[in-house]
Design a protein around this ligand. Structure first.
Ligand SMILES: CC(C)(COP(=O)(O)OP(=O)(O)OC[C@H]1O[C@@H](n2cnc3c(N)ncnc32)[C@H](O)[C@@H]1OP(=O)(O)O)[C@@H](O)C(=O)NCCC(=O)NCCS
Length: 219
């Protein structure tokens, strides 16, 4: 990556905005906006907005494993999710493990893994969405949302018809997840936090069912 243009704008005595145009593959100019502030002689700069084209998404490669572990550990401030990813990989339960990269560096990760789902006595080809993690310094810039969207778009080609998630009721409905849809399944989770999404219309039509998470989840 190389910077071919930068513009500095003083906004107040102690704050400034830096606009950067970045030359990035495949030869396009892309823009990033940084907001900075000065304290005495020290200046710090925070990335404020990422242009869409700067972020790339791809399935994990073997050399990403350590950084995926580190991202989950940093995002969740603990080892549980990082170890969960390692265990599900070892157990052969991955359906799709996607990373987000900026200038080649991995900054976010989402995992979709096999989930046992029975509805009215029939098996449903379902995935669990968990975990999703973005490095703390890159959070709230759309990376997590894009990881989830890219993953959901890729799952039907892998034969998956429904996805379940245990998470925040303010976050996942924006991707189409619904607590109502999950209510027909027995689960030990709070009803508003357990959500389901049909990737194929009517995939979860039915009266009652069970969802069985793999042992690695410790449920
Ligand atoms: C959750 C996470 C993956 C979202 O990724 P992100 O790139 O930061 O999020 P995006 O920029 O795509 O979306 C931002 C939105 O997510 C919401 N959001 C971020 N973290 C959230 C959380 N833990 N719970 C609820 N909402 C959250 C923000 O409020 C924001 O909402 P808005 O668009 O209405 O302002 C990321 O913040 C993260 O890694 N958090 C720590 C790990 C975690 O909690 N993972 C999810 C477990 S359910």
């Amino acid at each position: 990556m190389s910077i071919w243009y930068a513009e500095f704008q003083q906004r107040a005595a102690t704050s400034f905005t830096l606009f950067c145009a970045i030359r990035a593959p495949p030869g396009q100019r892309q823009y990033a906006v940084y907001h900075g502030c000065c304290e005495g002689k020290r200046a710090s700069v925070r990335l404020f907005a990422l242009p869409r084209g700067m972020i790339e998404f791809r399935p994990e490669a073997p050399e990403d494993r350590a950084v995926i572990h580190a991202i989950n550990q940093a995002a969740f401030d603990g080892a549980f999710e990082a170890e969960l990813v390692d265990q599900l990989r070892e157990d052969g339960l991955f359906l799709l493990s996607l990373v987000a990269t900026i200038d080649g560096a991995v900054t976010g990760h989402v995992l979709f893994s096999r989930l046992g789902v029975i509805l009215d006595g029939r098996a449903v080809a379902a995935a669990a969405l968990a975990p999703v993690a973005v490095l703390p310094e890159f959070q709230r810039r759309g990376i997590g949302s894009r990881l989830i969207e890219e993953g959901l778009a890729a799952l039907p080609a892998r034969g998956i018809t429904a996805v379940f998630v245990l998470g925040h009721e303010d976050y996942y409905p924006r991707f189409g997840f619904s607590p109502e849809l999950a209510r027909r399944f027995e689960s030990p989770f709070p009803v508003d936090a357990f959500m389901a999404l049909e990737l194929v219309p009517r995939a979860l039509d039915g009266k009652s069912g069970q969802v069985t998470y793999p042992p690695a989840f410790g449920i």
